[in-house]
Design a binder for this molecule. Structure first.
Ligand SMILES: O=C(O)CCC(=O)C(=O)O
Ligand SMILES: [Fe+2]
Length: 467
């Protein structure tokens, strides 16, 4: 879209520099003990925010990118103050937090590897550089038995690991520390000595130290690795049934969507190119800086934020488009009772980030009622999910439906829709799923949940009480 005042000859996209600027300011404000440079940086940055606030509207485009004075101030900050702040920013704990919980991440990788030792190479050759780091970090405090196999089995990746660290904020200082730990790990004497010193029986046999999982629990790991050879359900051969249509919505007559069934029973539909690049950029821009770590206990390594429809005109438009293609209501209201949809949840996963197998419903999986669950009681459970991928992931990060033999590889702009409840209102366990560990790079998704109560007439009924 045309942005007035944007400097097209700029070697980087100016918008990205402003986003970076915002992150730097966030870190400086909380972490670094003030220095003259940091104070000047923040002072100049505060001017940007003030300008944006008084201008209102589309903050980034009009008030900042469109204002030559702001562009000048940004370049000044970057040239004069940033070089002297770089090290301090990269060394802050806040920046390191981006690496998420290292032990958890390593566990996720190990789980997948433990499923089938044959696949060690497949996983490791992606990126285990990072995992080596994870492993070594967690070696000392808690999980020697688990991290030892990682640290010993994949010497080939060692050469790659520091260049591939996707956690961009890890510091040079930390890398150095880790390298020092890494050096002795191919030295047999060191290894034996280390094993002996830990006096930990499990520690002696690297591969068998990872318990092999039962074959059925491996479906998830197989799907995460993109291994479909053992699937029970065969994907029918032949050309995919790809459609381009308005899906019956007058709103989409001039803007039809592409869609394809991923599965007919239960129904799952994929929508390639559902989001434009501009929409993706806006979602990420307004989410960044507001994200907090998913508080969900165990197995949820991601950062998240909820975006209300009012947060940006594009978010409202997106919500309407989701309504048009699904035929469901998704509007949010002042009171929970009148809401047909949750605000858009945006999730960010760093390398190793993942969301263990879970259900999207609040309570219905327990006994088919809301069971007093406050989120479910007012507007019903989350009957359907529309999930959007905001970027391509270099490796890993599939969404795996292990009870339905479906694995989706993230692709920027693609949407996926499924019902979590059957037509009879019961919870459909075939829709259990997980966000597989990201092996390289990072992953952004946005999720819209549609609630049950206001949508009860929107989904065709079935004469089969089992459905
Ligand atoms: O990131 C994914 O692939 C899955 C996200 C998800 O399942 C959720 O947010 O509920
Ligand atoms: Fe989910």
């Amino acid at each position: 879209s045309p942005v007035s005042g944007e400097l097209h000859s700029f070697p980087y996209h100016l918008r990205d520099v402003f986003l970076f600027d915002k992150e730097v300011a966030g870190i400086l404000r909380h972490i670094v003990p003030p220095t003259p440079e940091s104070e000047r940086y923040l002072e100049s940055y505060a001017g940007t925010i003030l300008d944006a606030m008084t201008a209102g509207g589309d903050v980034l485009d009009e008030a900042i990118l469109g204002n030559p004075l702001q562009v000048f101030a940004l370049i000044k900050r970057m040239v004069l103050y940033w070089p002297r702040l770089k090290d301090a920013v990269y060394n802050t704990t806040k920046a390191k937090e981006r690496c998420h919980d290292k032990t958890e991440n390593c566990d996720a990788w190990i789980r997948e590897r433990g499923c089938d030792a044959q696949h060690v190479d497949t996983i490791c050759s992606y990126s285990c550089g990072f995992c080596q780091v994870e492993g070594l970090y967690s070696t000392v405090p808690t999980y020697p038995a688990r991290t030892y196999p990682w640290a010993t089995s994949e010497p080939r990746t060692l050469a790659r690991w520091d260049e591939r660290l996707a956690c961009g904020f890890i510091t040079t200082g930390s890398l150095q520390t880790v390298s020092d730990h890494c050096k002795p790990k191919h030295d047999l004497n060191w290894r034996e000595d280390f094993a002996w010193r830990r006096d930990d029986n499990q520690f002696r046999s690297p591969l068998s130290a990872v318990p092999r999982q039962k074959p059925e629990s491996c479906v998830y790991s197989d799907l995460c690795r993109g291994d479909t050879s053992k699937l029970r359900k065969r994907i029918p051969s032949g050309a995919p049934q790809c459609h381009v249509s308005s899906r019956g919505s007058p709103l989409l007559v001039l803007q039809p969507v592409q869609w394809e069934h991923l599965s007919h029973d239960p129904e799952m539909v994929i929508f390639p190119n559902f989001l434009s690049d501009e929409e993706i950029r806006i979602i990420i821009y307004i989410s960044r800086g507001h994200m907090t770590k998913d508080p969900g206990s165990g197995g949820r390594q991601s950062h998240q934020v909820f975006l209300a429809n009012t947060s940006h005109p594009s978010i409202l438009r997106l919500s309407r488009r989701i309504e048009a293609v699904t035929g469901l209501f998704a509007h949010e209201e002042a009171t929970e009772k009148e809401a047909a949809g949750d605000p858009l949840k945006v999730r960010y996963y760093g390398t190793g980030g993942h969301l263990n197998p879970h259900v999207d419903v609040f309570a219905k999986h327990l006994n088919s009622t809301c069971d007093g669950n406050p989120f479910c009681s007012l507007s019903g459970d989350r009957m359907a999910t529309f999930m959007l991928y905001l970027n391509d992931v270099e490796a890993g990060g599939n969404t795996a439906f292990y009870n339905n033999d479906v694995a989706i590889t993230p692709k920027a702009g693609t949407g996926v829709f499924w019902y979590n409840l059957k037509r009879n209102g019961e919870y459909d366990r075939r829709m259990d799923h997980g966000g597989c560990p990201v092996l390289l790079g990072s992953k952004w998704v946005a999720v819209k949940w549609m609630r049950e109560n206001l949508n009860f007439l929107r989904r065709p009924c079935s004469t089969n009480p089992e459905e």
